[in-house]
Design a binder for this molecule. Structure first.
Ligand SMILES: O=P(O)(O)OC[C@H]1O[C@@H](O)[C@H](O)[C@@H](O)[C@@H]1O
Length: 553
């Protein structure tokens, strides 16, 4: 594909940015068009979700012409063709020569999905078989039919995994805590820092603990080390009587390594290489979620996700919500030099959502090489960050309101709370802040307004808000249940896809995480050898020396 910045629509967007975008004033756009909200908001409605989800794009630097030009860019960049290739199981992960078919994992609508001519849904050990196994196993654990070695019901789950084998399950179990089994304690151990495992095991009872070793490759250093530590703890605490088969299961694609670790392949829940780690919460990697919220709720989670897949696959571009979200990101990144994307959920249950999206977005599009191997001449993946509100308002929102950077922001709220305590007062205050932040970021506060409050002249500039900061408001028209959460995640998955498709990068590999791993392996050996390491720069040698001196003193 020709580089994105050589596509005709790119040049048109540049001119449009000079003529319109640069001088665009959001509050004036609203003043001159009373239908702006209707024009630029989109409603996601589907039988797959219990509540509509409204995506209000109207507080963005967007005119009808902007949208048309962005859609033109999408067409010229082949976004639809690439999307269809993904759903068709083509090897669009071209550096690893793999299909990208996580959409099959939530294919509750019965689409035909094939890789290399093989029906991935119905083949032996395919998607449906694994789901069935997950249902059986989770039902048994939840009911107590599956017992630990001493005959007790298991009530503690320790998921050992990192990256995509951790963030998805953590985020989803937190987001759906309202639906979680009250008699179950969950721990997610990811960090190689021994503190993480030690704290999880501190109050765990080996008789009642189930370890889920989650690793696509089953070779990740942190996970293998943590899993071995857990195994030794279990065997030691049980005086060698503990039955690994009753307390350890593996969620992986690598049967050989799983067996080598000592987990019976009957206790392995598999998936395929066409599931990327950051897209794997829908697969066997989601087993902790299933055990915690039950299979029926997990099925709703898949249904909401599938509903958004269907929308992305079938809705015309102009109404296609992830397409618009992705193109807006390109618009800000490449035509306004925005470097960030803030996602702030007004929802405490979603407190790990931004962390999850960080891997999704930045591991997918933090790339600078395009499909022909050349360096891109434009900005790609934004730095995604976020925290739940209202907390974030009392920490870094100072910079969002008055700093020097343009920070396109998404706000997420549900109309109904799972916990409408104090006569729903909390939810109303939460909602009032959700509306107020988007409004304040847009309208700002002029010097005249500041002065009219009696502010002395010397303080006026400090209290001025320039405003005109773009936001997208996402409003779930009910509570955020499993289906709505599924749809929200998939909105961001496909938004990320659209960005990568326009930028012509491979959104599905992650070579950038390798170098550090290789160096760490070499240095680990050196820490046990005499001297301060070989072939390093002077700073690294110095630091290794100081570390050894203090660590061994
Ligand atoms: O599931 P695995 O194979 O242990 O990998 C965990 C993580 O490992 C990281 O190195 C990758 O960058 C992530 O994409 C991945 O999710």
């Amino acid at each position: 594909m020709p580089p994105a910045n050589t596509l005709p629509a790119w040049a048109e967007l540049q001119t449009h940015r000079e003529n319109v975008g640069k001088n665009f004033v959001l509050k004036e756009a609203f003043a001159s068009d009373k239908d702006r909200f209707e024009k630029f908001s989109r409603t996601f409605s589907s039988a797959g979700v219990s509540a509509d989800i409204i995506f209000d794009f109207s507080k963005n630097f967007l005119t009808g012409e902007t949208l048309d030009l962005l859609l033109k860019l999408a067409q010229q960049a082949g976004v639809e063709r690439k999307r269809d290739a993904m759903f068709a199981g083509e090897k669009i992960n071209f550096t690893e020569k793999r299909a990208v078919l996580h959409t099959a994992l939530r294919n509750v609508g019965g689409w035909e999905m094939k890789v290399d001519g093989k029906d991935v849904m119905n083949c032996s050990r395919g998607v449906n078989d694994v789901l069935k196994h997950m249902k059986e196993f989770s039902d048994q654990v939840r009911s107590g039919e599956w017992k630990g070695f001493s005959g007790k019901k298991l009530n503690t789950i320790v998921n050992i995994g990192i990256g995509g084998s951790d963030l998805g399950p953590v985020m989803v179990t937190e987001a759906l805590r309202y639906y979680g089994a009250n008699d179950m304690t969950l721990h997610f151990v990811s960090n190689i820092d021994g503190t993480h495992m030690a704290e999880a095991l501190k109050h765990s009872n080996p008789d009642t603990t189930l370890f889920l070793v989650a690793s696509k490759t089953f070779t990740t250093a942190e996970t293998c080390t943590n899993a071995n530590t857990a195994k030794h703890w279990f065997l030691e605490k049980t005086g060698g009587k503990g039955d690994i088969a009753k307390h350890f299961v593996a969620l992986s694609t690598n049967e050989a390594e799983v067996t080598k670790f000592g987990i019976d392949s009957r206790n392995m829940f598999g998936f395929e290489s066409w599931v990327g780690g950051r897209y794997s919460v829908w697969s066997a990697i989601g087993l902790s979620v299933v055990i915690y919220i039950g299979f029926d709720n997990f099925h709703k989670f898949l249904s909401g996700a599938h509903a958004m897949d269907k929308h992305f696959r079938e809705a015309p571009l102009k109404h296609n919500i992830p397409i618009i979200g992705g193109l807006l990101s390109v618009w800000y990144s490449d035509f306004f030099q925005a470097q960030t994307h803030l996602v702030a959920p007004f929802d405490q249950y979603l407190h790990r959502f931004p962390a999850y999206l960080q891997q999704l977005s930045m591991e997918s599009n933090g790339k600078s090489i395009s499909s022909d191997g050349s360096s891109v001449k434009y900005t790609t993946g934004p730095i995604l960050f976020g925290e739940p509100c209202t907390n974030a308002q009392h920490s870094f929102f100072q910079l969002v309101h008055q700093g020097t950077k343009l920070i396109p922001t998404d706000f997420i709220l549900s109309a109904k709370s799972h916990n409408p305590i104090s006569g729903n007062q909390h939810q109303k205050m939460l909602a009032s802040n959700y509306f107020a932040q988007a409004e304040a970021l847009m309208v700002g506060k002029t010097d005249d307004q500041v002065k009219a409050e009696g502010t002395p002249d010397d303080l006026t500039p400090h209290k001025r808000f320039l405003g005109n900061r773009p936001t997208t408001s996402i409003l779930v028209g009910g509570t955020i249940g499993p289906a709505e959460l599924g749809a929200l995640i998939v909105y961001y998955e496909h938004l990320t896809f659209v960005e990568g498709a326009v930028w012509d990068v491979n959104s599905f590999d992650q070579w950038g995480v390798e170098l550090g791993k290789v160096l760490a392996k070499k240095i680990l050996k050196e820490l046990d050898e005499p001297g301060d390491g070989e072939g390093h720069d002077n700073s690294t040698v110095g630091l290794i020396g100081v570390f050894k001196k203090y660590a061994n003193s």
